[in-house]
Design a protein around this ligand. Sequence first.
Ligand SMILES: *Cc1c(COP(=O)(O)O)cnc(C)c1O
Length: 326
Amino acid sequence: MAPARPHARPRAGARPGRRGLGAAAGAAAGAAAAAAAAAWGPAARRRRGGPRRGRRARRARGAGAGRAGAPRRRRGPLCRAVARAAQARAAERGRGEAVGACSERRGAAAGREVSLVAVSKTKSAEAIGAAHAAGQVVFGENYVQELLGKAPLVPAAVRWHFIGKLQSNKVRALLAGVPNLVAVETVSSVKLADKLAAAAQELGWGVDGVEPLGAYVQVDTSGEASKNGVPPEEAPALAAHVARACAGGLRLRGLMTIGAPGDPGAFDRLARAREAVSRELGVQPGTLELSMGMSGDFEEAIQRGSTSVRVGSLIFGARQPRAPAA
Ligand SMILES: *Cc1c(COP(=O)(O)O)cnc(C)c1O
């Protein structure tokens, strides 16, 4: 199949989106995504001031892994955004505010800024839109099909993190159907990293001034067979592979862990894994993010070094149990 090169012309406002939702991707993405692609592709994103526009976007987001200085994020807007997002739903009033305020307070106490990925799985596009209207920009989803369905329905300026188990055979559909994907947090094998890097480059990430796709190496810090991720001792090798061999399409942003409930030691193990990774790469640990902490433990995670918390139910309310996968 001829590679789609939607980002070949980075000139803003030049022409409508030309991302080819190729046959495979189109089928997987479904009719909604295909219909939305023209109005919503990368060129449209550039027109609207979407998220992946090279240096300027990078600066706005702060220096990332491998660049000078520690990752920097804005602090105040996080709090206000989450607060307003919560207020968008009277029933949830106060929740988001608590998350934002706590994140900022803890982060400030630790001399760090902490970013928030609002985990919107099982929640409607309307709920995401309300949170976005209130200022939250980064959202996380953990099922490919669910994200493919929702992505075209939310504002184009939303930036997505994929935070779920990702099978190599779904990589292309994910990237083709979600042009505003900015990071995959669940890179747990060389094979997956290679697939992501190839698809990212083919579809325009890391090409012609467009940001590479962010990648986090997922680490299994609790030694649970059910958890995904590499054991901590394998993190340096995988991170080095992502940072070097995959550099064309991916940018290593840091490490991610879920951690067993009630095991805050998992956060310390991720922080130690980052030390090892930074030695392997010859960079300062602070240039690598630590994505850890959810609704139940984000404060603990921040105290133990988190730079990015992934919070869902505390913001959007409890989730209904998911229907069994088909
Ligand atoms: C669902 C999910 C979250 C958010 O969980 P909450 O307890 O709702 O905050 C965070 N990270 C991952 C990987 C998830 O799947």
